[in-house]
Design a protein around this ligand. Structure first.
Ligand code: IVH
Length: 690
C-alpha cells in the first residue's frame, strides 16, 4: 500500500505537484476501495480487514474534501450519503417497467406455456429460465459508459422517482462496472433489479427502532421501500439494503441472445445476481424447480414470494411481445401467502420457566401456507401497546419458518367498537403471586419461585433430553405429577415413590416401574448436564460446559467468586452474575445438597481444556449454515471461537469448514462447488469433543 500523502507545502510549483500527487492517490484509492467493496459485498471474499478499509476510506474522504474536483460520481465516498433533498424529481423509463401476470398452480403454468406455443408460428422448443421472485422494491439503474448516473423507482411503470443518491449508498450496487471478458460494457445500460433487506438486518433495524420508540416496519419489503424514499440519503446509508438484479431495460448495441447470457453478463459487470436460478430448462424442470424453491424458501436470508418464469430466448420474448401492463413471455408463479388475516378471540397469559409472563393471542384458526394457526405470540405489553392490539381485532398474522406465528398489524378499518383493550394481570394468572416488571426488560415476571406454572416449566427443563434426560418423563406426566403434589421441587424426582405412582390415572405397574428405572439411570449424569438442567438464567449448554470444564466439581462452582467465573473465556457477565446469585441463595444450596444426597452422581465429562483449545478448529475459518438440532447457533459459534476458530457468515475460498445443519441451502451448495470441507451436525459435535 502507498504512503499517505504528506500535508501540502506552500509555493505554486509545490502546490501543482501536490495536486498531481493527490489526483493519482485519489484515483488509486477509489479503484482499490471499489474493488475491496465488491469483493466484500458481492463476492463475499474480502482480502483486507474492515479496519484497513475504513482507514483507506477516511484518507480518500479527506483528500476529496481538499480537492473537490477529484470527487467523482462513482467514488466510493458517495456511499455515505448526502444532505437532504426537498423532494424527489421524476424521470421516465426509456423502456416501461412492466408488471407480471400471476400463476397459482401447475395448471396456470401449463396454460402459460400452451399460450406461448400457440402464438409462435414455428413449433420450436421453448426453454424457460426460472428465478426467485424477490419480495423487495423494483428499481432501475442507469449506467453511461459504465458509470452509475441515475437510479429510479418503478413508479407507475412509465415514470419513476429519482433516488440516485440513495441507491449509491447500497454497497452491493456497483457505482462503476467491471470490464468483463464475457461482454463489452454498453454505452447505455438500464439494469433492473429488486432492492431487499435481509432477515437479520431487518430484525436489527426494528430492534433499534423499538429502542428509539419509532414505529416498526411490518416486513423487510416495507423497510426497504421506506429506506429508499428517504430525502436524506445519510439515513439510507445506515439501512442494511442490498440488491439482486434480474434484467435490463434499454441497452445500446446488440443486446443479449438469452436471459441466461444477459444475467451472466450482468454478473461479470459486478452486479449481484441471485444464485437460485434455473437457466434454460423445459417446463417439467420449471415445475420441479418450483417445489425445490418452495422447500428452501424458509432457509433463505431474504424473502421471496414466488418464482418468475421467463422465456429464455430473447428473440422469442420479442416475438411474443406484451399486453398493456405485462409481457406474454413471463409470469409470476406465486407461493402460498405466509400472511393471513384472522380475528383475535382472546388474549391469554402464559407463565414461563423463569416466571416471564407472555401474552398469547388466541385466534380464529386460519390456514397459512398449509399449516393451521390458532395462536400467535404477542411477546410483551410494550409490543401490544406499540401495535395497539385489542381483543376482537382483525389482524394480519404471519408465519415464517418454524418460529411461532406473530401478529404483524391490526386492520383498524375492521374495528366496530367491540374491541377490548388488554391489560397485563397484576398478579400471576396461575398462582396469583405478585408480578414485577423487570427494569431494562420489556418482560413482566411472576416472582413466586414456587408458582406451579414455573415449577412445571422448570421441571420439564430439568428432566428434558438435554437436561438430566429422564426417559418417559414428558410434559404431560410432569404436569400430572405437579398437580398431584408428587413433584414440588427438583429433589422430588429422585425420591418418587412407586406405590404413589401406581395409584395415579393412566399409570399402570409397568409404567411406574419404567419411570423408577429411568430415574435410577438418570442419577448417573454429568456436571455439565446438571448445571444446564438447573435452568439458571443465562446459563445454556455452552455456559454449563464452560463452568464444568473450568471448575470440575459442583462444590467448586458453588463456591466460585464472580471474578473467577467472569474470567472464563466465552462467559458473559450476565451468566456469571446469575451463577453467583443462584448459588448464594441458601434454598438453592439446600436443593443441590438434597439431590446429591439422594444418590445423584455428577461425573466431569469435560476433556482437559488445554488439549481442546489446540483443536482441529484452531486458526480455521468456519461457516455455520442450516438448522442445528442439538445446539443453538450462538452456542456453536461461541464454542468454535473458544477453540480458536473464526466464524464468518459467507462461504468463500478462504473458508476451511462449513458446518451444515438441516435445510442448509445456498451456502452448502457453494461449499460443494468450492470443494470446502463439510461437516454435518454429528461429525461437528464429534470434532468438538461432545
Ligand atoms: S422480471 C417484465 N424477475 O416482480 C419483467 N421481476 O410483478 C418484469 N420481481 O416489478 C420483471 N423478482 O419488482 C422479474 N426475478 C424477478 C423478480 C421480479 C421480483 C418483481 C419486480 C416486478 C414485479 C412484477
Amino acid at each position: 500500500m502507498n504512503e499517505p500523502l504528506k500535508p501540502a507545502a506552500s509555493g505554486p510549483d509545490q502546490s501543482v505537484a501536490d495536486s498531481e500527487k493527490a489526483a493519482s492517490r485519489v484515483k488509486k484509492l477509489q479503484e482499490e476501495l471499489t474493488d475491496h467493496s465488491y469483493r466484500y459485498h458481492v463476492l463475499d471474499d474480502p482480502i483486507i480487514s474492515d479496519a484497513e478499509y475504513d482507514r483507506m476510506l477516511k484518507e480518500l474522504v479527506a483528500l476529496e474534501e481538499e480537492y473537490p474536483h477529484l470527487s467523482t460520481d462513482d467514488s466510493p465516498t458517495k456511499r455515505v450519503g448526502a444532505p437532504p433533498l426537498d423532494a424527489f424529481e421524476t424521470a421516465d423509463h426509456r423502456v416501461p417497467m412492466l408488471s407480471l401476470d400471476n400463476a397459482f398452480d401447475t395448471d396456470d403454468i401449463q396454460e402459460f406455456s400452451k399460450r406461448i406455443l400457440r402464438m409462435l408460428k414455428s413449433d420450436q422448443q421453448v426453454l424457460f429460465t426460472a428465478e426467485p421472485k424477490l419480495d423487495g422494491v423494483a428499481v432501475e439503474l442507469t449506467y453511461e459508459n459504465g458509470v452509475l448516473i441515475q437510479a429510479t423507482t418503478r413508479g407507475d411503470g412509465v415514470t419513476g422517482e429519482v433516488i440516485t443518491r440513495n441507491v449509491r449508498t447500497i454497497a452491493s450496487v456497483p457505482l462503476k462496472l467491471n470490464a468483463s471478458e464475457r461482454s463489452d460494457i454498453p454505452e447505455h445500460l438500464d439494469v433492473r433489479g429488486e432492492v431487499i433487506i435481509r432477515q437479520n438486518g431487518f430484525e436489527t433495524l426494528n430492534q433499534e427502532r423499538a429502542r428509539n420508540n419509532e414505529p416498526l416496519f411490518a416486513n423487510p419489503r416495507n423497510a426497504a421501500a421506506g429506506s429508499l424514499r428517504q430525502l436524506d440519503s445519510r439515513i439510507t446509508a445506515q439501512r442494511p439494503l442490498d440488491i439482486f438484479v434480474y434484467g435490463v431495460g434499454f441497452i445500446s448495441g446488440t443486446g443479449y441472445a438469452t436471459q441466461e447470457e444477459m444475467l451472466l453478463a450482468l454478473k461479470s459487470f459486478g452486479f449481484p445476481v441471485n444464485e437460485h436460478i434455473q437457466y434454460a430448462v423445459n417446463l417439467d424442470a420449471v415445475i420441479s424447480f418450483y417445489t425445490r424453491l418452495e422447500g428452501i424458501r424458509d432457509t433463505l436470508e431474504y424473502e421471496i414470494d414466488g418464482m418468475v418464469v421467463k422465456v429464455d430466448d430473447i428473440a422469442i420474448q420479442q416475438e411474443l411481445g406484451q399486453k398493456i401492463k405485462s409481457p406474454r413471455w413471463a409470469i409470476a408463479w406465486k407461493f402460498p401467502a405466509m400472511e393471513e388475516t384472522t380475528i383475535i378471540r382472546d388474549i391469554r397469559v402464559q407463565v414461563g420457566r423463569t416466571g416471564t409472563l407472555t401474552p398469547v393471542a388466541i385466534l380464529d384458526p386460519v390456514s397459512i401456507a398449509g399449516v393451521t394457526v390458532s395462536r400467535a405470540t404477542l411477546h410483551n405489553m410494550d409490543e401490544i401497546t406499540r401495535k395497539d392490539i385489542r381483543i376482537h381485532d382483525t389482524v394480519l398474522v404471519m408465519r415464517a419458518g418454524d418460529v411461532i406465528p406473530k401478529v404483524v398489524k391490526v386492520i383498524t378499518e375492521k374495528r366496530d367498537g367491540n374491541e377490548i383493550m388488554f391489560q397485563m394481570p397484576e398478579s400471576c394468572p396461575v398462582c396469583d403471586g405478585p408480578v414485577r416488571r423487570v427494569e431494562d426488560e420489556a418482560a413482566a415476571r411472576c416472582t413466586n419461585f414456587s408458582c406451579p406454572a414455573q415449577l412445571k416449566e422448570r421441571l420439564r427443563h430439568f428432566v428434558s433430553k438435554k437436561g438430566l434426560d429422564v426417559d418417559g418423563l414428558g410434559t404431560r406426566l410432569v404436569d400430572q405429577l405437579v398437580e398431584e403434589g408428587l413433584l414440588t421441587a427438583f429433589g422430588d424426582v429422585f425420591t418418587l415413590d412407586r406405590h404413589r405412582l401406581v395409584g395415579l390415572e393412566r399409570m399402570g405397574d409397568k409404567s411406574a416401574d419404567n419411570l423408577i428405572q429411568a430415574v435410577r439411570e438418570a442419577k448417573n449424569t454429568t456436571l455439565r448436564r446438571f448445571l444446564f438442567a438447573l435452568g439458571i438464567d443465562h446459563v445454556g449448554e455452552n455456559a454449563a460446559r464452560l463452568l464444568s470444564q473450568t471448575f470440575g466439581t459442583i462444590e467448586e462452582i458453588m463456591a466460585a467468586p464472580f471474578d473467577d467465573i467472569q474470567a472464563i473465556h466465552g462467559m458473559g457477565d450476565k451468566s456469571a452474575m446469575a451463577v453467583v446469585e443462584f448459588f448464594k441463595n441458601p434454598e438453592n444450596q439446600a436443593m443441590v445438597r438434597r439431590i446429591l444426597e439422594s444418590g445423584v452422581v455428577l461425573e466431569n465429562d469435560s476433556m482437559a481444556s488445554e488439549e481442546q483449545e489446540e483443536s482441529a478448529f484452531s486458526g480455521k475459518t468456519v461457516v455455520l449454515t442450516g438448522t442445528l438440532e442439538t445446539i443453538k447457533r450462538g452456542e456453536a459459534k461461541a464454542l468454535l471461537e473458544q477453540k480458536g476458530a473464526m466464524v464468518t457468515s459467507g462461504v468463500s475460498k478462504k473458508t476451511d469448514w462449513v458446518i451444515a445443519g438441516t435445510k442448509a441451502g445456498s451456502k452448502l451448495d457453494k461449499a460443494r462447488t468450492l470443494g470446502i470441507n463439510i461437516l454435518d451436525e454429528q461429525a461437528f459435535l464429534k470434532m468438538l469433543g461432545t
